[in-house]
Design a binder for this molecule. Structure first.
Ligand code: 13P
Length: 252
C-alpha cells in the first residue's frame, strides 16, 4: 500500500485482550514506544476491543488500527459477523484477510478470501492478505507454488491500482505459534517469490506493497528478520500481547 513507511510492524492479538486488558496494555506500551516517522505500527485487536484500544491511544495518531476479519457480504443475516462497513465505521483502516487460522481452522477458501479483499477495498479498508504453506507443502518443495496460488486467487482480475493498495503477509503455517521461526533466508526466498508474482499480477505499481513476515516473531529475532532482503515488516501474534515485548519489536 502506498504511503506506508517501512518497516511495517503489525500486532495480531487474535482472541486475546478484551477492552479492559487493551486499556492496560496501552498504558504500558505508550510509555515504551514514542512516535517514530521511520516505521508504521498497526494493531489488530479483537473487534470488541477496538473502541477501547483506539480510545486508549487517542493521543497517538501515529498508531494505526485494523480488525482481524470481516464477512464477505455487504450486510445481512450473518449472526456474529462484522461487515467491512461496520469495521470502517468503528475506526479500522486495515483488515487481515486469509489468515492461516481463518483458512485452516475456519475452513475459508481462496474464493472467500478473494471476496473479502474486494469487500475491504469497497469500504476503503486496506486488506493485509496473508499467505503461507503448510509443513507438508514445504517438505514437498511446494512453498512457492502455494503462495503464488493464494496470491492469484485473491488478486487476479483486480486492476493494478487496486492490487497496489493491499499489504501482503507471508506466514508459513508451520511457524505460527510454534516457536519455529523461519530463518531469514527462508523468509527472503518466499518474499522474493511473492514479489515477483505481485509484479506479474500488478505491474510496477505493486512495488508499493509491503510484504511482511509472520510466524513466531519475538523481540529477539525481529531485527534479524527485518534485515533479511525483501522483508518489509513483521506480523506478530504472541509476542505482541505483552507491551514490553511489543514495544521492543516496534522499536526494532
Ligand atoms: P505468532 O507470532 O504467535 O507465531 O503468530 C503469528 C501470526 O499468526 C500473526 O498473524
Amino acid at each position: 500500500m502506498a504511503g506506508l513507511v517501512r518497516p511495517v510492524l503489525a500486532a495480531n492479538w487474535k482472541m486475546n485482550l478484551g477492552p479492559s486488558a487493551a486499556t492496560t496494555f496501552f498504558e504500558a506500551y505508550l510509555a515504551r514506544y514514542a512516535p517514530r516517522d521511520d516505521r508504521t505500527v498497526i494493531l489488530f485487536p479483537s473487534a470488541i476491543a477496538l473502541a477501547a484500544a483506539r480510545a486508549s491511544a487517542r493521543a497517538r495518531p501515529d498508531l494505526r488500527f485494523g480488525v482481524q476479519n470481516i464477512h464477505s457480504a455487504e450486510k445481512g443475516a450473518f449472526t456474529g459477523e462484522t461487515s467491512a462497513a461496520m469495521a470502517s465505521d468503528a475506526g479500522a483502516r486495515f483488515v487481515l484477510v486469509g489468515h492461516s487460522e481463518r483458512r485452516h481452522v475456519f475452513g475459508e477458501t481462496d474464493a472467500q478470501t478473494a471476496e473479502k479483499v474486494r469487500r475491504a477495498a469497497a469500504h476503503g479498508l486496506v486488506a493485509v492478505l496473508c499467505v503461507g504453506e503448510k509443513i507438508e507443502e514445504r517438505e514437498q518443495g511446494q512453498t512457492d507454488a502455494v503462495v503464488i496460488r493464494q496470491l492469484r486467487a485473491a488478486l487476479a482480475g483486480l486492476e493494478p491500482s487496486a492490487i497496489a493498495e493491499v499489504v501482503v503477509a507471508y506466514e508459513p503455517v508451520w511457524a505460527i505459534g510454534t516457536g519455529r521461526t523461519a530463518t531469514p533466508e527462508d523468509a527472503s526466498a518466499a518474499h522474493q517469490a511473492i514479489r515477483s508474482e505481485l509484479r506479474a499480477l500488478g505491474g510496477a505499481a505493486s512495488d508499493a506493497i509491503p510484504i511482511l513476515y509472520g510466524g513466531s516473531v519475538t523481540a529477539s529475532n525481529a531485527a534479524a528478520l527485518l534485515a533479511a532482503p525483501g522483508v518489509d515488516g513483521l506480523l506478530v501474534g504472541g509476542a505482541s500481547l505483552d507491551p514490553e515485548s511489543w514495544a521492543a519489536i516496534s522499536n526494532a
